[in-house]
Structures are given as C-alpha cells and as structure tokens.
Write a protein that binds this ligand. Structure first.
Ligand code: NZQ
Ligand code: ZN
Length: 385
C-alpha cells in the first residue's frame, strides 16, 4: 500500500423525510440558487419541499441542466450567480446536476477563461476559491455527492475536472426521492457504482486489505440489492443499501493508497460523447470485454474477485476467472442492459472514429500501469461487437 492522505468533509444526511433539515445547514441570510435538470424535481414535488425548508431565504432557480451537462448551459448559471451575488448553490438531481453545479461553483469566481477549468485532466483545477454548494441526490449512481469530481461536455467531448474546493458541504440521501426514477436509470446507477468499485479494486495485488474488503463488500451489496431495487419499487431497505453503496463507491475511501484503472470510464466517456449512450450503459458494454482482454495482466486480482465476490470455488484458476467475467456480464444483462455494441448500431467505422477521438484527447496510455494502448482499446471494442 502506498502513502496517502484522506480527507472528506462532506456531511451526509441519510434517510427518509429529512429535507426539513436543510434549514439547519445553510446560513439564514444566504442567497441560495437551486439548480436542477429537465424538470423531474419539479414534477414530483421535491422542489416544493426544498423551498418550504429554505423558509424566508432569498431563493433563485436555475432549471435545464441536461444529462451530460453542457458548458454553454452552465455558463448561463454562472452569469446568474455573478449578477445576483449568490452565496450558496444547491444541486437537486443526479450526477449531471451535481457535476454542473460544481463547475458553476468554480467558474462563478472567474471573469474569463472558464473553459480552462476543464483542461487539467485529473490534476486539481488551479482555482483559489469556489462558491459553497450542497446536494440533494435524486439518482444514486455517480458518487458526485461526496467527491471532488465533475464531468462536463464541451465541444462535443467529455472533460473531467477535480478540485477539493467543490466537496459538497452536505448531501441529502433520501431513498424516497429516487422512487420516481425510471427502471433503466436504476440499472445505469447500479452499473456505474459497480464499475467505480471495479476500477479501483481490479488492478494489481498491493496487500491493501481494508480497501479490498471494503470493495468486495460494496460489490456484493450491489449484486444483492441492485437487482431488487431495479425490480421492486417497494423495497426501501434494499434501496437504502444501493444508495449508500453508490456514494461509498466513489467517495475516495476505497481508492486510497492503491493503483486505479479508469480505462473503462475513459472509453465509455467517448462512447457517450459520440453516440449519446447513457454513462452507466457504456461502462457495462466495455468492462466485460476489457476484462477478457486483460485477463493475464489482471490475473491475480481477477482470481480474488472470482472467489471472494462471486464465491466461485470450483474449477481451475482460468475457469474461475472466465466464470467471474461471464457472471459480471450476465449481472448487467439482468438489469436490462445490452452489452453488445451492435445493439447500438456501432460499426467498425465508428470504432475507428472513437479511437481517433481518444487519441486527440491524449488518452493513449490507459490503465493502472499505463500500458493499455489504443490498439488494445480497438481490440476491446471489436470484441464487444
Ligand atoms: O433532468 P431530469 O428531468 O431531472 O431527469 C433526469 C435525467 O434525465 C433523471 N432523473 C434524475 N433523478 C430522477 C430522474 N427522473 C425521475 N426521478 C428522479 N428522482 O435521470 C436522468 C439522468 O440523470 P443524470 O444526472 O444525467 O444521471 P447520472 O446520475 O447517471 O449522472 C451521469 C453524469 O455523471 C457523470 C457522467 O459522465 C454523466 O455526465 N459522472 C460523474 C462522476 C463524478 N462526479 O464523480 C463520475 C461518473 O463516473 C460519471 O462520469
Ligand atoms: Zn461512472
């Protein structure tokens, strides 16, 4: 295990019927901007509850943050924050709204060059300050509610950014606010959270027992309660476990002191940018094929994954690994996710363009060891046809 610092200041307010506690968490004299997406929070009454809880405070609204949030849309919110001297941003939605709000928090402190926030890769954005923000989560998936990351679409490409300045001050995790989600969004969320754990866990052995066992616990919980939540809207106990798993999958804890492999995400982001396929779905297409391609490279951890996560005890090591990858793919399929590119009408020409776009973005040395080249990406995608 490598040296690490771990710091996560986000207060989690977990459970049903707690939105009235918003009043205790934002300064009484704050001017608040509530940011949300295409309207689900308005349609299903969440916005009214939030406004009631904010009481006498001056509250402004910014609606229309789209899935895979667009730079141009967010710049309208930046102008509003600057013109109105907003003190606090409240994101109400899924990853897109939370990520978009983080971008606004940083960009509103700048007068120019806002797009440069997006050009630092996984190095911290060199900003000195941000408007404070909080979140009300309506879609468990990304972990954005308890981390420093955001992903913004700019010129038809997805750009990640990170800054400790945008840790949410608090995040509300109320399973009741997720009951209106269409089934396929639950599926996307389960796949996304699962693959967040995998990209931090399924690398090389590093004798990081706590991280490994936390990860295995999260994966097992998602395998158990993800499908229940997908099938059954009444099982709140399962939904609570799914929700906390999704947050815990990407709040930094399981990734400390270990190698990480974000290849599946980097390939998936390009698929979303090019074909508009939802984030979680792109990952579920790429991962099984990537694991088969990297079977030798990841052998030790794949075997551990087979034995400890899928409880596979019979057969040779190779058979166990193959069975674990097959079970992973079938798990995504059981959530109604098709894991073949042909289903999305993506052909050989599209694969060539996708790989060329990754090259333009400088994504040429992926994985925990930096040796996953674009030739290998091509093989992975051809195998996923
Ligand atoms: O816009 P509205 O009308 O609210 O509808 C949304 C949206 O269309 C709907 N929705 C959300 N909550 C709902 C609901 N519909 C009914 N009832 C509810 N309770 O769901 C749709 C998708 O929402 P979105 O926020 O786009 O989904 P998700 O949470 O999966 O976020 C995906 C975004 O997060 C980024 C992705 O790249 C993508 O842009 N990611 C962010 C990460 C991070 N910050 O750490 C890491 C991830 O790997 C990911 O890259
Ligand atoms: Zn993700």
């Amino acid at each position: 295990m490598e040296n690490f610092d771990y710091y996560n200041p986000t207060q989690i307010v977990f459970g049903q019927d707690r939105l009235n506690e918003l009043d205790n968490l934002i300064a009484k004299d704050a001017k608040v901007l509530v940011l949300y997406g295409g309207g689900s929070v308005k349609r299903f009454g969440t916005l009214d509850k939030i406004k009631a809880s904010l009481g006498e405070r001056e509250v402004l609204e910014f609606a229309g943050i789209e899935a895979n949030p667009e730079f141009d849309t967010l710049m309208k919110a930046v102008k509003l924050v600057q013109a109105e001297n907003v003190d606090f941003l409240l994101a109400v939605g899924g990853g897109s709204v939370m990520d978009g709000t983080k971008f606004v928090a940083l960009a509103a402190k700048q007068q120019a060059d806002h797009e440069k926030i997006l050009f630092n890769g996984f190095a911290s954005v060199p900003s000195a300050s941000a408007i404070p923000l909080g979140c009300v989560v309506t879609l468990p998936a990304t972990g954005s509610e308890m981390n420093t990351f955001g992903v913004i679409t700019y010129n038809a490409q997805k750009y990640p950014f990170t800054s400790a300045l945008v840790y949410p001050k608090f995040s509300f995790l109320d399973p009741d606010l997720t009951l209106t989600l269409p089934k396929e969004q639950i599926a996307n969320g389960v796949a996304d959270a699962f693959i967040h754990v995998i990209e931090q866990y399924l690398t090389q052995p590093q004798n990081a027992k706590v991280q490994d066992r936390f990860s295995e616990g999260l994966l097992k919980t998602l395998i158990e309660d993800g499908p229940v939540t997908y099938q059954d809207n009444t099982d709140i106990a399962a939904r609570k476990n799914f929700m906390w798993s999704a947050t815990s999958a990407l709040n930094g804890l399981i990734g400390v002191g270990v190698m990480q492999d974000w290849s599946t995400h980097m390939i998936g982001h390009e698929m979303t940018a090019m074909f508009g396929i939802a984030h979680g779905r792109t990952l579920a297409i790429v991962l099984p094929s990537l694991l088969r391609e990297r079977k030798t490279h990841k052998r030790a951890k794949l075997l551990q994954y087979a034995e400890r996560v899928w409880d596979i005890t019979d057969g040779s090591d190779d058979e166990k690994i193959d069975a674990a990858i097959d079970k992973t793919e079938r798990f995504f399929n059981s959530l109604g996710i098709v894991t073949q590119l042909s289903h999305y009408n993506i052909d050989d020409n599209d694969i060539d363009t996708l790989v060329a776009n990754m090259e333009k973005m400088g994504l040429t040395q992926l994985s925990e060891t930096g040796d996953l080249t674009l030739d290998i990406v091509k093989r992975i995608l051809h195998a996923a046809k």
